[in-house]
Design a protein around this ligand. Sequence first.
Ligand code: TXA
Ligand code: MG
Length: 338
Amino acid sequence: MTRKRVQGTLYLPATESALELAAGIIARGGLVAFPTETVYGLGAGATDEQAVARIFQAKGRPPDNPLIVHIASLEQLSLVAREIPREAYRLAELFWPGPLSLVLYRSQQIPPGVSAGLPTVAVRMPNHPVALGLIKKAGVPIAAPSANRSGRPSPTSAFHVLEDLAGRIEAVLDGGRSLIGVESTVLDLTASQPTLLRPGGVTRERLEAALGRQVVLPRWDGTSPPPSPGMKYRHYAPRAPLIVVVGSEARRHRLARSLLSWYERQGLKVGYLNPLRNFRGSLDKREKAFARSLYAALRAMDKGGADLIVAEGFPACGWGAVIMNRLCKAASRVIRVV
Ligand code: TXA
Ligand code: MG
């Protein structure tokens, strides 16, 4: 087995024996980053309060932002959550393993620290053989946020994980690039109506079709405690300021191009993200391809020394809604052209 260390963190190509080793690290209270189909996660045993506390330290994560618990079987769902509604099983049947996290009532076995003290817990079954293999071998559900330093773009490769967390975690399992590239959908099933706390890999439209009822967006005025703690933090952000331009395609394109050349004339190095023009195929295909490469592109622009990034927005439905959510959260400014 290749056993390379980067600043003390074990780098492990995801072989069977590497999974054994990583599961042992989890069992001893260590932190292991692992691939999922969405982004890489930073895992600890979900029932190990001290290990979970170390996740927050390693990421520099605000203590009031809860983690997602990852499971490998439906039996583990009843270990993590209680009073599970029928709709949860229906969605699990349709979308698990997959990019959907369900917020349910937390069971006694899961320490409050996992949920930052909330009575609820987010659970998902990831659709990735390495993630599932690790959970099975560890024999416990694994609590894992995205494996980035807090506020940075989520990692879609083991290399990104090492960029942010080398020397701060025990190991990273390399399972190649994440196929989806943006985080899971977070759906709250403890509210009176199913509530979309974060758009993601399973779109709102598909959830509504599956449930046969409306999925609502959370109401939050920006002052009271938010429905999902993650909503109040700037996220996914590159170091360079990001300007997002939205509006009809022709107009936003014109404005984005003129911003780009204006800033370049000032001698600035400007990154440009033009989602729809850089990819081929149907809108859905282009959106998915853009989502897959978005975080890697933001990281690459930072590394290339960009002073500023200009991105063109999307129509906010289907995958467009997922992308716009991430772009707007990463943005220092959103300009609307009408
Ligand atoms: O795709 C994903 O979801 C990835 C992979 C690793 O599974 N994980 C991920 O975790 O993106 P994280 O910690 O970066 O984002 C979790 C989000 C946060 O916005 C958090 O506030 C929300 O889920 N969340 C977690 N538990 C919650 C709860 N009990 N109630 C409301 N929101 C919750
Ligand atoms: Mg995250």
